[in-house]
Each structure stands twice: as C-alpha cells, then as structure tokens.
Design a protein around this ligand. Structure first.
Ligand code: GDP
Ligand code: IMO
Ligand code: MG
Length: 409
C-alpha cells in the first residue's frame, strides 16, 4: 500500500490532471486537499477532453473513490454543475464521491468581493481568497452548516448584517437547497482515509495550483490563498504526515504562470507566441492566455525543498521539439549579488536578471516516443541536466496530452 502526494512544482497548470489520471490506475482513493474551482485539471482520454475543477481527476477511472477534503473550499453551484456535466458524459458519481463535512463553502458575496479586489493579483474570480479569509476569521460556513437550517440562517445573517448589496434570506434559501442535494456526499473524510490506510489501500492526494502559488512558500502576495505544497495534504484531509510515503512533483519542461506577479524567465513577444501556440497555453478555468518562459531551476529547486519531493515528472517536453536552443535559469543577478536560492524579497524576483545556461535543442518530434531510451540524445541531455541541477530523480516524462503519451524515465 502507499500514500502518494502529487503536487504542482511551479505556478500551476503543470499537467497534474494528466499525471493523476495515469497514477490513479493503481490507486483506490484520490483526494483533493486544498483550493477550489480555481483549479482546472485536464485529462484527455481518447479523443475526449475532461476538465476537472473540484472533483478529483480519479473520477474518470471506474470504481475509484474520490474525496474532497476539509482543506478545499467548495462553491456548491459549481460542484453540482460539475457533477451534472460528468454524469451527462456517462461518468457515474454517486457513491464514488465523498465530501468533507468541514470543508468551507463559497458564498455569492465571496465571488463578488473576489472579482472586485482580485484584479491586482489576477485571481480567477471564483471567491477562493474571500472564502479562506472567512475561514481564518472564524466566520466561515462549512458543508455541515448546510444541513442545519437554523444555524445556517443565523450564520448567513450575521455575515451579511447591514449589507445593502446582498439578500441574506435569498442566499439562505438557495444554499439550503444546495445542502439537500449535497447531503448524500458528506462524510468524515479523515476517518474514511485513516481507515483505508489501516486496510492498506492506495491513496493519491491530488494537489491543486503549484508550490509557487502556495500562501506560505509562493511568490507572496501573488499567490492563491491555500497550502498548495505537500504539507497541505495532511491539514487538508486529516491524514498525519507519518502516513505519507512519497511526494511527486509535476514539472513543466518550461515555465508558465497565469495572472499577475513576478516571472524572471518570461519570454519576450516572439518566443511567447511560439510556445503559447505550440503548448496551447490558455487557462483551463478562465481561458486566459498563460505567460510563458524558460525553465526556472531556482523556483523548482525551492519547490523540491518545500515539498520534500522524492521525484519529479517532466511534462510537455514535446512543446520544446522545435527549439534549436533551450535555456535553463540557474540563478538571479540583482544589485551585484548572485542568488542561487529562492529569495523571499519579491523585489529580487521582479527586478533581477536571470542567469542562464544554454542547451542544444533536439529539433525532432517526440510525441510518438514511448520509451525513454528512444528520446533524441539532446532531449535526454536536457532532462539529465535538469535532474542534476535540481538534485532530484525524474520518474516519468510526458510528451503529449494523451494518457499513452508518457513513459518511465
Ligand atoms: P493542471 O492544472 O496541472 O492539471 O494542468 P492543466 O490541465 O491546467 O494544463 C495542462 C495542459 O497541458 C492541458 O491542456 C493538458 O492536456 C496538456 N498536457 C499535459 N501533459 C502534456 C504533455 O506532455 N504535452 C503536451 N503537449 N500537452 C500536455
Ligand atoms: P491548477 O490546479 C494556475 C492563480 C490565478 C492567480 C492566483 C490567485 O489548474 O494548476 P485565486 O483565484 O486562486 O485566488 O488566484 O493564482 N491560479 C492558478 N494558476 N493554475 C491554477 O490551478 C490556479 N489557481 C489559481 O491565476 O494568479
Ligand atoms: Mg490547470
């Protein structure tokens, strides 16, 4: 049996959905532990593309139990709509989905506040930050509250006291209805998971976002409001750290980020267009164009450390197939000083000059490669160099969006 955590090791959208889908073949349970429907995890099966926002990507494999932990924030409307969309595509959900009674609920006012205040950060506008604010301020509403009309009413009215903008009674009625539809999924997730661990079941924890978007370890304040690093899996599900066997980081062969914030290796216009087009770098949740840049080893080294990564999976290697030169950023220069480690001061990231080493590209199509040994020599050299700089093993390589386009390294 094993408990594995899969995390994004950059700024999100590394291809976690695809890798979770592959790894969930051997898992019994797949659990989300933080974030909400700001996530967009893509899984391509045959010619069909699925984008999961709240429901673990394991739902696409028959018979797997999927869990949404206490650390996740849930927009009931989005949840029900996602269930509906999946069911329409023939995916059976009912007894395969469990949701923590303690997970916090996103309310209409969270979304309005997020859209109003989130522009500086470039948030997804899904109400994620404001919902976590209420959680920390201890005035949040949890899934279990939706089951108790009296206390739900009291809490919504208390939160909206004096508000001219929101109709507390209407929100209360709407959320009570959501509660009725969601009731059958609620469970004590920590108990379910710990019992499964005792029975030696295989559990996969599905991280959302990425380490550099983590509230503590990311490029604060340009981050999301949850613990996207591996530690979040423990607090976000109620499974102690001693139960975790392995942490896997998903790493894109270059770098992308959506929204505002520093990005030292960001491409200039020409390369930006080239990679964005080839990599189809448009947000799976908001459709926004993703910013693209060279591989930044400084941030991934930081990620290896803060997540305690045992190994990494390199995705989207194929997107670099037509580049004759490929750069890796190994440090930042700022005010005469060389930074080899991730700096806490955001100003360094904003104003630094990246230090690069250059690798020769392979100029060959890798999308049909099915074994590591068949990769072009220069592709193997690039991967070898990444592994060496990051001081971590590469466990798998992905060369396309489909399930079959990945192999052990
Ligand atoms: P996630 O949020 O980490 O799950 O990643 P997203 O789904 O937001 O974005 C990853 C995108 O890259 C999706 O469109 C995937 O289908 C696609 N993808 C995943 N792995 C690969 C790969 O190895 N090569 C290519 N070309 N696309 C990939
Ligand atoms: P997945 O799980 C990439 C970014 C937003 C914004 C910042 C804060 O698909 O990798 P938020 O709405 O969370 O308060 O926005 O975080 N962001 C993501 N970027 N992938 C994601 O999820 C993201 N979830 C949030 O663009 O910059
Ligand atoms: Mg995504």
């Amino acid at each position: 049996m094993s408990c594995k955590i899969v995390v994004g090791a950059q700024w999100g959208d590394e291809g976690k959905g695809k890798i979770i889908d592959i790894l969930s073949r051997d898992a019994d349970i797949i659990a989300r532990y933080q974030g909400g429907n700001n996530a967009g995890h893509t899984v391509v099966i045959g010619d069909e593309e699925f984008i999961l926002h709240l429901i673990p990507s394991g739902i696409l494999r028959k018979g797997k139990l999927c869990i949404i932990g206490n650390g996740v924030v849930i927009d009931p409307e989005a949840l029900l709509s996602e269930i509906n969309t999946l069911e329409k595509k023939g995916i059976k959900i009912d007894a395969r989905l469990m949701i923590s009674e303690s997970a916090h609920v996103i309310l209409p006012y969270h979304k309005v506040i997020d859209k109003r205040r989130g522009a500086k950060i470039g948030t997804t506008g899904r109400g994620i930050g404001p919902c976590y604010i209420d959680k920390m301020a201890r005035c949040g509403i949890r899934m279990i509250d939706l089951m108790n009309p009296e206390s739900l009413r009291k809490k919504i009215f208390a939160n909206l006291e004096g508000s001219q903008e929101f109709n507390a009674e209407q929100i209360y009625k709407e959320y009570l209805e959501y509660g009725k539809k969601i009731k059958k999924y609620l469970a004590n997730v920590s108990q379910v998971l710990n019992k499964a661990i005792a029975k030696k079941k295989n559990i996969l924890f599905e991280g959302a976002q990425g380490a550099l978007l983590d509230i503590d370890h990311g490029t604060y304040p340009y981050v999301t409001s949850s613990s996207a690093t591996a530690g979040g899996a423990s607090t976000g599900t109620g499974v102690g750290p001693t139960r975790i066997d392995e942490v896997i980081g998903v790493v894109k062969a270059y770098t992308t980020r959506v929204g505002e914030g520093p990005f030292p290796t960001e491409f200039e216009k020409g390369l930006m267009e080239k990679i964005r087009t080839k990599g189809k770098e448009f947000g799976a949740t908001t459709g926004r164009p993703r910013r693209c840049g060279w591989f930044d080893a400084v941030i991934v080294k930081h990620s290896v450390a803060v997540n305690g990564l045992d190994e990494i999976v390199i995705t989207k290697l194929d997107v670099l197939d037509e580049m004759d030169k490929i750069k890796i950023c190994t440090g930042y220069k700022y005010q005469g000083k060389l930074y080899k480690d991730f700096p806490a001061d955001i100003e360094v990231l904003e104003k630094c000059e990246p230090v690069y080493e250059s690798c020769n590209g392979w100029m060959k199509d890798t999308t049909l490669v099915t074994k590591y040994k068949d990769l072009p020599e220069n592709a193997k050299k690039y991967l070898g160099r990444l592994s060496k700089i990051l001081n971590v093993k590469i466990g798998m390589v992905s060369v396309g969006s489909k399930r079959e386009q990945a192999f052990k390294a």
